[in-house]
Design a binder for this molecule. Structure first.
Ligand code: PEP
Ligand code: MN
Length: 263
């Protein structure tokens, strides 16, 4: 179902008033985590003013260490929804367990499956049984083939609203948090009908590298970008080093629009 042969012209995925895979580069932005109502609302207002089309914010945070901030969970989803409603932005948030879906479905316009859960087959199948569009991140050590098989798990249950997200893979290089596999964009484009977007934030791990990676993603033909933006990155409870200020996001946004015009 995910293969290009099935739908040669490519699939589009609609989330609220936004369409992925329809030429225009879809800009998703927002903080790594929903921390409190004021923070997520400020972030939403900031990215909306810049021109973002969708708001991101993690409520169930899949942290590598059990001692790190674990997210604001159900309360976080409610805060995210309020911020989305106040700014008119559809919202995307990560689900980490199939038991969260019935609750999360009431608050999210799009579910994110994170890199750590790309092969959580139970979660993939259960998300596939909902009608909620899915942002499927590439696993940290997954091949494109394995990633497309993960999409197949969702689609084979009846949910074809899948958008793929390249977020960097683990290589021998330690200068960046992960290595952005820019090649994945044309490779996926050739093999799959699904829209593909790029997450420069989790690839870079450092704010200064986010803009160039974002521009590379758009130049490679990505259908969108998902960027972490925080009203005060230094104070962020997770991923502080890679989150952009609203001003830095504005710079990225306008340059990305120029690159998009050129490709
Ligand atoms: C995220 O987007 O908040 C996240 C945890 O990303 P990833 O799953 O790509 O690490
Ligand atoms: Mn993050």
């Amino acid at each position: 179902l995910a293969s290009r042969d099935m739908v040669p012209e490519g699939r589009t995925v609609r989330v609220g008033n936004v369409t992925f895979g329809a030429k225009k580069v879809v800009m998703i932005a927002g903080p790594c985590a929903v921390e409190n109502q004021e923070q997520i609302l400020k972030a939403a207002e900031g990215v909306k003013a810049v021109g973002a089309a969708l708001l991101r914010g993690g409520a169930y945070k899949p942290r590598t260490s059990p001692y790190s901030f674990q997210g604001t969970e159900e309360e976080g989803l409610k805060m995210l929804r309020r911020a989305g409603d106040e700014t008119g932005l559809p919202v995307v948030s990560e689900v980490t367990d199939h038991e969260q879906l019935a609750f999360a479905e009431q608050y999210c316009d799009m579910f994110q499956i994170g890199a750590r859960n790309m092969q959580n087959f139970r979660l993939l199948r259960e998300v596939g049984r909902t009608g909620v569009p899915v942002l499927l991140k590439r696993g940290i050590a997954s091949t494109v083939e394995e990633w497309l098989d993960a999409a197949e798990y969702i689609m084979s249950e009846g949910n074809c609203g899948v958008v793929l997200c390249e977020r960097g893979i683990r290589t021998f290089e330690t200068a960046t948090r992960n290595t952005l596999d820019v090649s994945a964009v044309p490779v996926v484009r050739e093999r799959s009908s699904l829209p593909i977007i790029v997450d420069p934030s989790h690839a870079a791990g450092k704010a200064a590298y986010v803009e160039p990676l974002a521009l590379a993603g758009v130049a490679a033909g990505a259908d969108g970008l998902i960027v972490e933006v925080h009203p005060n990155p230094k104070q962020a409870l997770s991923d502080a080093a890679q989150q952009l200020t609203v001003d830095a996001y504005a710079s990225l946004f306008h340059k990305a629009a120029e690159v998009a015009r050129a490709v």
